[in-house]
Design a protein around this ligand. Structure first.
Ligand SMILES: Cc1cc2nc3c(=O)[nH]c(=O)nc-3n(C[C@H](O)[C@H](O)[C@H](O)COP(=O)(O)OP(=O)(O)OC[C@H]3O[C@@H](n4cnc5c(N)ncnc54)[C@H](O)[C@@H]3O)c2cc1C
Length: 525
């Protein structure tokens, strides 16, 4: 992973000259004066961890699995939100841990947590490092309350432990990145079907800890739907959860750990629902006259079926910007409106039937078929947008995303409120939106914002994000559909669950992590 950007450095892209000119003319984007910092020049803060504690930690995992070099520390300093990248690009590695620990088993995680609790060392569980909500940056809290800060990098926990083809479940370790997990399951003809845009770098543990949702959620479900069991290491010992798919034995404690963002424990194993790997994949495009009409069509499919595996609707602006790309909708000129991508994955004989029935519904509700072009083009470029963010940042534009969800009846109000808040805070930004996760009762809204960087782009975005968060809360949306709470959404989450809800979370934290060493500052209001 590029240390201050996204993905494979070999796949970095340049902003085409005409796009750069257009950004200058439309949004007033100007190239920043200071170039981005070089990794070799960046210095993390002086480590605070007392050497005898470091020796105790080394004794658990072996000296080779404790990294204290600058590069390892900087690479574990923060996540991948736009403010994270802006700070790193400016050479600010102030969030860096004192050391990076790489445990190789559940028992090692348990032992490390015990030492950290005893010695008052803050611990940040670290999967793929793709958090976009400030889920990995405990430095401020650590400095104030603890003797040191370590990142617990889980990527050595990367095994497929067992496959149960009768129950259609697999036990997998949390440090597996998306492609590694899919490759291991493919050997058994299976898939998880979880493909978020961060798929190539994020890990299974991170998916569970942040309640991730993938692009094919209509067909396979969110990640939390896939989790049937888990093992969790806490400073107080081990939790084994999920001995049956569903149970009436009290509240479901799996749900307490899902979305807990490393604040309650470290997930060291996951038992997940798996599906047969699809024999056929088919993606296509539809055009609707407006976002309102497209939303009505998605609702109908979500409520009455048949559901495609992938279902997404871009609003007018996102559709227009997509059209401005080299291929346009389906590679041809289009009459505007809003693009729907519908994808179907499954058994060879089932996919065409489901596609035909869904196409009937979409056509009946005013959709115009655009053929396979736009669908295939979406599928081809589904992991490439984050690379574009890097070159936009370098060109002087701020580009960031935020997301929420609501019941269908509240969705139009939420859509208007967030757009209004962003325009109010940023002047004339480009605000694009899509729906990409649908349910019988509601859907998510995912916004992408592009604006010219001001003299203080961090403060500029912070103000815009604050305005958007307030608008989401006021309009009755949830503060996150799939990115999680982290630090960035804590205040809005407090408003969402109320003081009693916050007290419950504090109580659980107190029981599982009495010294409060686990990811201090995230989640708990
Ligand atoms: C470009 C980009 C695209 C994205 N697209 C999507 C998307 O389509 N859908 C989506 O849902 N999200 C998306 N995200 C957000 C992010 O990828 C998800 O939140 C993902 O689940 C994080 O996984 P990770 O392994 O990177 O976790 P990390 O970022 O390493 O950690 C996330 C949080 O979980 C905790 N944690 C990690 N592993 C464990 C563990 N084993 N036990 C306990 N706690 C743990 C961490 O302490 C942290 O609080 C995107 C992010 C980026 C940068």
């Amino acid at each position: 992973m590029l240390w201050s950007g996204w993905g494979d450095p070999a796949k970095a892209v340049d902003l085409p000259g005409p796009v750069r000119d257009l950004l200058g003319k439309l949004l007033g984007v100007r190239a920043p004066e200071t170039p981005a910092a070089d990794l070799a020049e960046v210095r993390p803060p002086a480590p605070a961890l007392p050497p005898p504690v470091l020796d105790e930690l080394r004794a658990v995992v072996g000296p080779a699995h404790v990294r204290c070099d600058d590069e390892a520390r900087v690479r574990h300093a923060r996540g991948r939100s736009t403010p994270d990248l802006m700070r790193l690009r400016a050479g600010d590695a102030s969030g860096a841990p004192d050391a990076v620990l790489l445990p190789g088993s559940h028992d090692e995680v348990l032992a490390l947590l015990r030492i950290c609790a005893e010695r008052r060392v803050a611990v940040v569980p670290f999967g793929g490092g793709t958090s976009v909500v400030g889920g990995l940056t405990a430095r401020e809290e650590a400095r104030a309350r603890f003797t040191g800060l370590v990142a617990l990098d889980l990527t050595r926990l990367n095994r497929l432990v067992a496959v149960d083809t009768e129950s259609m479940t697999a036990e997998l370790e949390p440090g597996l990145r998306g492609p590694q997990a899919e490759e291991l399951l493919a050997r058994h003809g299976l898939t998880l079907g979880h493909f978020p845009q961060s798929f190539e770098y994020a890990t299974l543990g991170g998916f569970a800890a942040a309640r991730s949702s993938g692009q094919a959620s209509a067909g396979y479900g969110r990640f939390d739907d896939l989790v049937v069991g888990m093992t969790v290491a806490t400073p107080r010992g081990t939790l084994e959860l999920g001995r049956a798919p569903k149970s009436a034995a009290g509240p479901d404690l799996r749900q307490v750990i899902l979305g807990s963002e490393g604040a309650f424990g470290v997930i060291t194993s996951l038992r997940l629902r798996v599906r047969p790997a699809p024999q056929t994949r088919l993606y296509e495009g539809w055009r609707f006259a407006s976002f309102t009409e497209g939303t009505a069509a998605l609702r109908r499919l979500a409520q009455d079926g048949p559901l495609p595996t992938v279902l997404r609707l871009s609003d007018e602006t996102e559709t227009m910007v997509g059209l401005a790309g080299p291929e346009g909708i389906g590679g041809s000129a289009s009459g505007g409106g809003c693009l729907v991508v519908a994808g179907y994955e499954g058994a060879a004989e089932e996919v065409p039937l489901r596609r035909e029935r869904a196409a009937g519904v979409l056509a009946g509700l005013g959709g115009t078929p655009l053929g396979a072009g736009p669908g295939e083009s979406w599928a081809h470029g589904r992991y490439s947008a984050p690379y574009l963010r890097d070159c936009l940042l370098a060109a002087g534009a701020t580009v960031e995303t935020l997301e929420t969800a609501a019941f269908w009846s509240g969705l139009p109000r939420l859509y208007d409120a967030v757009r209004l808040a962003l325009h109010g805070a940023l002047g004339s930004p480009l605000v694009m939106c899509h729906i990409s996760h649908v349910y019988a009762t509601g859907a998510s809204l995912y916004f992408t914002v592009v604006t010219a960087q001001s003299g203080d782009p961090l403060a500029q975005w912070e103000a815009a994000k604050h305005a958007a968060n307030e608008a989401i809360v006021a309009a009755g949306g949830t503060i996150s559909h799939h990115h999680g709470v982290g630090r960035d959404h804590r205040a809005a989450y407090a408003a969402e669950i109320g003081e009693l809800g916050a007290e419950i979370l504090r109580g659980i934290k107190e029981r599982l992590d009495p010294q409060g060493v686990l990811n201090p500052g995230v989640l708990i209001p």
